[in-house]
Design a protein around this ligand. Structure first.
Ligand code: AGP
Length: 620
């Protein structure tokens, strides 16, 4: 959920760590801290609130030291440290609960992401041995446990402690006795190592150190890394050293900046054409056998039923994908919220393919649903944006979206990339199973390939009208979103965007369901956003809109160019280019992303870091 970073090298570690925390800020946090070696002792500064508070605390701290001398000494020697942005899980938001955490002796410090499930049990055992924790956090329990096992070898102590712990977590530890050694552990939470020249980084996300190096070593579950100025050793889950496999990520530095946009979210909305183009390129590119984790032709032909599991925005992409796969390839598809699927005792028959859709590849519920399916004999495929993520390791095959790093908490470009890749998969399935005539397949492929240009066009043309509308409706207390067939996932996703970044109560429904309850919510002036891009049910939808207008509500519609009737039923219409209705999902969502964006900005909100939300939900 939060961000961790560690550094050992020749730079001033507190600067590297603080910059790294800035890059991890988007994940959401309510306190932050860092610990570093300086002048032969470990310094530790923590603060409640944002990184500006931490910067003030660091300034105050350096005011108590001879900073110029510290800096001179630090740059001339090896420097090491760890840092953390914390989102409170155990215990409240207090300075004592903020990271880094230390043992009673103050010798061992750690920063931890994720959750230690048996921390109360461990805490009691420690208390029985007269080791008392002073905070309410699971992280302190880990520091105390490492200290309990410590006998002069920090990596051995960490290994012994990990054997006692259960949960999903990643942490980095440092010890005063061996101050330039960092030990990192990954257990179902992300942790990657960055390889610089005579310096090493370790973090929960590559973005924390991408400005310094793009050479990375991804740790797998159960692995431990020991980092020293002289190099690193990676131990596998059996505690045996393994050769670290280095890869070079192709995300350039600029991708981690805002490129001149006022927010990451806006930048990412504008990156959607390239996210789609890259994803389509990747879907077609011939891959080296070593990298080819795609479904083979035989697997595509043998699929009898599909279950797609996902959460949040990825779930909405899955709903759109279902329609494409069923309509074009005639394969029955079920879509389930991963957190429900994992507990509903699903029936998985031979020939069932389970697809986990997760941009981060680290969402706990989706991973658990995929594992359950695999244990029951399903072929499991991950559709993700994150190479090296847990989902890619848990799956039999992987389909990659290529949206690039998404920093805004609200998913935008990863959503369109997921929908496009699911449509490409539907066409592959249709082709393999002879489910569509060749000319129809070719036509759909052409339309798919036109999407990047069309998305760029809609992004430009819809921005200003959506801003104006958002400014008009900025203080509306409630919105209702409606759609039918392929318009429904768009309505659901548009409503989710509005909720998560503007905090305005919003509901979304299949338009035909409105008369069964939600119509009671409509009053004079209630804004109703309607996705009217599905021609097959347009007359039905228009009749739903008549019911809306009869209550005095205001209709804002997204419709296909050339749709004449909609004008009579809506106060405002935003037109998107006409294409196959399933592909239109990708076009119709853009005005709604922009609407949510401008409304939240007009309310003066921080769209990149909405309250209560984190980018990756690695806990249940
Ligand atoms: C969407 O804006 C949110 N960030 C959230 O709903 C997200 O889609 C969900 O948590 C699933 O994440 P994943 O795709 O990384 O699995």
């Amino acid at each position: 959920m939060c961000g961790i970073i560690g550094y050992v090298g020749y730079r001033r570690s507190q600067d590297v760590l603080f910059d790294g925390l800035r890059r991890l800020e988007y994940r959401g946090y309510d306190s932050a801290g860092l610990a570093w070696r300086e002048n032969g002792r470990t310094e530790c500064v923590r603060a409640i609130g944002n990184l500006d508070s931490l910067a003030c605390a660091l300034d105050a701290h350096s005011g108590t030291d001879d900073t110029s001398e510290s800096a001179a000494v630090a740059t001339a020697t090896v420097s090491a440290g760890i840092a953390h942005t914390r989102w409170a899980t155990h215990g409240g938001v207090t300075e004592r609960n903020a990271h880094p955490h230390t043992d009673c002796s103050g010798r061992i410090r750690i920063v931890l992401n994720g959750i230690i499930e048996n921390y109360l049990e461990v805490r009691e055992s420690l208390a029985a041995g007269m080791i008392h924790c002073t905070s309410e956090t699971d992280a302190e329990v880990v520091a105390q446990l490492i200290s309990y096992y410590y006998d002069g070898d920090i990596s051995a102590a960490v290994r012994s402690a990990v054997a006692v712990l259960s949960g999903h977590f990643a942490f980095v530890a440092m010890c005063d006795d061996d101050p330039h050694t960092l030990v990192g552990v990954r257990q179902e939470c992300p942790l990657v190592v960055g390889m610089g020249d005579h310096e090493l980084f370790v973090a929960s996300s590559i973005s924390a150190f991408v400005e310094h190096t793009r050479r990375v070593v991804v740790l797998h579950d159960g692995e431990m890394v020991v980092m020293r100025p002289s190099g690193l050793t990676v131990f596998d889950a059996n505690a045996l050293p393994r050769v670290p496999q280095e890869t070079v990520v192709d995300w350039d530095e600029d991708r981690c900046e805002k490129d001149g946009f006022e927010t990451f979210m806006l930048k990412e909305i504008h990156e959607q054409p390239s996210a789609i183009a890259e994803t389509l390129r990747q879907a077609r590119a011939p891959l080296a056998p070593r990298e080819n984790h795609r479904l083979g032709l035989a697997q595509l032909c043998n699929v009898r039923r599909m279950i797609i599991v996902a959460c949040g925005t990825s779930y909405h992409a899955a709903l759109a994908g279902r329609m494409a796969i069923e309509r074009w390839a005639r394969v029955p598809v079920e879509v389930d919220v991963a957190s429900e699927f994992r507990y509903r005792e699903p029936i998985i028959e031979p020939g069932t393919l389970v697809l986990g859709v997760t941009q981060s590849g680290e969402t706990a519920d989706t991973l658990a649903a995929m594992r359950l399916a695999r244990a029951q004999g399903a072929t499991v495929v991950a559709l993700t944006n994150a190479p090296g993520s847990q989902a890619t390791r848990d799956a039999d095959a992987v389909l990659f979206t290529r949206a690039g790093l998404e920093i805004g908490v609200a998913a935008t470009k990863t959503f369109v990339a997921q929908v496009v890749l699911l449509c490409a998969l539907a066409l592959d399935l249709a082709r393999a199973r002879d489910a569509l005539p060749a000319d129809r397949l070719a036509e759909l492929q052409r339309e798919l390939d036109l999407l990047p240009d069309r998305v760029a066009h809609v992004t430009q043309s819809a921005d200003s009208p959506m801003r104006q509308l958002a400014e008009q409706l900025v203080w509306s207390p409630f919105f209702l979103y409606l759609g039918r067939l392929s318009g429904l996932p768009v309505a659901l996703e548009g409503a989710l965007k509005l909720k998560e970044i503007s905090y305005v109560p919003t509901d979304a429904y299949a338009a035909g369901e409105m008369k069964h309850g939600p119509i009671a919510l409509l009053g004079r002036e209630t804004p109703v956003v309607c996705v009217a891009t599905e021609q097959a049910v347009l007359p039905k939808l228009l009749s739903n809109l008549s019911e809306v207008r009869a209550r005095g509500a205001r209709v804002l519609a997204i419709a296909s160019e050339g749709c004449k009737q909609i004008g009579e039923h809506a106060e405002h219409v935003v037109y998107v280019p006409a294409t196959d209705s399933l592909l239109q999902v990708v076009l119709a969502i853009i005005p709604l992303q922009l609407f949510a964006y401008h409304l939240a900005r007009a309310r003066g909100l921080n769209v990149d870091q909405p309250r209560n939300l984190a980018k990756t939900v690695t806990v249940e």
